[in-house]
Design a binder for this molecule. Structure first.
Ligand code: ARG
Length: 441
């Protein structure tokens, strides 16, 4: 069933019908499609292009279709080209001849453009909510477990930090992701309805009316651009890719931390799986899947970039491919944020193992050098002295703070009794935190 056919004498091949249809993908746009049509009808009536009676018939017909879809009485399926054809044909079936007036002064090109913008705007807000949830989980878990842990560079124990500060780094990343999403919403907030197929319309329409009803900031400036632009999807998908990259780094850390080698955290059973052969195993599958699905979201971004790159203005059917990529990237990022948030909420922190890793790692070596600098030694010399001290500690199998003062003095006469407090891990953390608080205030 098609919205066109006047100039055709032959039926489309069945395989062509299947190849061409986007209904199994774009059925998701039904709400925005009907919302857009309702606004369009209101505009047509206000501009005296249809009568008040026609407005009433069209609107109540559209509203019943929406209701029937939402209550499950009307299933979106059948041999339709797309969701736009489905809704329009349903309408004509229900209200008769007046239904055929719905598409006055409109093309499917501006129709699909407005549907996608509305959908992308709504979904971007959902993504922002997902980020908020994630940030709450991370901040809460960090505050409840602000215990001392090793910080790493090159995955080698480097300096002492706290678990709260480590998770706080991800909060900052997701905060920036949230800003990017908010900015993308602002950039895309323009109404393409009224651009027609590509060149506007000779009907005396008023685009400000649909703009106000649909809640856009303004109508688009250029008709050709209005029906061709899919940048806003690319921008969101780039933002989703960055979110996934951040989630993937966090997943990698959760996987490492929950390993037998680290034992810093224990993941809840609810987000782990077992092995079919090794009874002792508990695998961090949820984190691994998030890490794995990151590639899929990057892939969607690149697929759409590639689809769009050689297209002449304006609409080309290639652009129908935008939906599958966008929906898949969107579903993936929404699911991954939710799972990550729940995984964070339910993991337990093994503070003892974190502390043990610090003691074995000379994580206060930098502070010994800083101490020497405070006593007048040049930093380069202090670095050298502490290097020698570490070799000694390794030979003796002792931590720096376990050495006696006379042992310490062999390396520098400037090392006196107050060194023990200076390089105490709690002191280091407290000093660092105070400094951070001052800088942030
Ligand atoms: N299903 C189409 C899409 O998603 C709708 C627009 C069709 N326009 C056209 N001129 N064939 O792109």
């Amino acid at each position: 069933m098609k919205l066109w056919g006047g100039r055709f004498t032959q039926r489309a091949d069945e395989i062509m019908e299947q190849f061409n249809t986007s209904l199994p993908i774009d059925y998701r746009l039904y709400h925005e499609d009907i919302q857009g049509s309702l606004a369009h009808v209101e505009m047509l009536a206000t501009c005296n292009i249809i009568t008040a009676e026609e407005r009433h018939q069209l609107k109540s017909g559209l509203q019943t279709i929406l209701q029937d879809i939402e209550t499950g009485t009307l299933e979106i399926k059948g041999e339709y080209e797309d969701v736009h054809s489905f809704v329009e044909m349903q309408l004509t079936e229900r209200i008769g001849e007046t239904g055929k007036k719905l598409h006055t002064a409109r093309s499917r090109n501006d129709q699909v453009a407005v549907d996608m913008r509305l959908h992308a705007k709504n979904k971007a807000l959902e993504v922002a909510k997902g980020l908020e949830m994630l940030m709450t989980s991370l901040s809460t878990k960090g505050a409840e477990n602000n215990v001392i842990m090793p910080g790493y560079t090159h995955l080698q124990r480097a300096q002492v930090v706290t678990f709260g500060h480590h998770l706080g780094a991800y909060v900052e990343m997701f905060k920036r992701d949230n800003k990017r999403i908010t900015n993308a919403i602002e950039v895309m907030d323009e109404n393409p309805l009224g651009c027609g197929a590509l060149a506007g319309t000779t009907h005396d329409i008023d685009r400000t009316i649909t703009t106000a009803i649909l809640g856009f900031a303004k109508p688009v400036n250029n008709f050709l651009d209005g029906v061709s632009d899919r940048d806003y999807l690319l921008e969101l998908m780039a933002d989703f890719s960055i979110i996934m990259m951040h989630l993937s780094r966090l997943s990698e850390e959760l996987i490492l931390w929950s390993s037998q080698e680290f034992k810093f955290i224990t993941m809840a059973d609810a987000y782990s799986t077992g092995s079919s052969i090794m009874p002792q195993k508990k695998n961090p599958d949820a984190a691994e899947l998030i890490r794995g699905k990151t590639g899929r979201v990057y892939g969607s971004l690149f697929a759409l970039l590639t689809t769009l790159k050689g297209l002449p203005l304006t609409y080309n059917k290639d652009m129908q491919e935008d939906k599958e990529q966008f929906f898949d990237a969107l579903d993936t990022v929404l699911d991954c944020m939710e799972i990550m948030s729940k995984m964070i909420d339910t993991l337990t922190v093994n503070a003892d193992h974190m502390k043990a890793a610090i003691q074995a790692g000379f994580l206060n070596a930098t502070e010994v050098a800083d101490y020497l600098v405070s006593k007048g030694t040049a930093f380069r010399d202090a670095h050298e002295i502490v290097g020698k001290l570490i070799i000694y500690c390794e030979q003796e199998k002792k931590a720096i703070e376990e050495l006696t003062l006379s042992e310490l003095k062999r390396f520098s006469s400037q090392l006196t009794d107050d060194i023990y407090d200076y390089i105490d891990y709690e002191t280091i953390i407290t000093k660092g935190n105070k400094k951070l608080m001052l800088e942030n205030s």
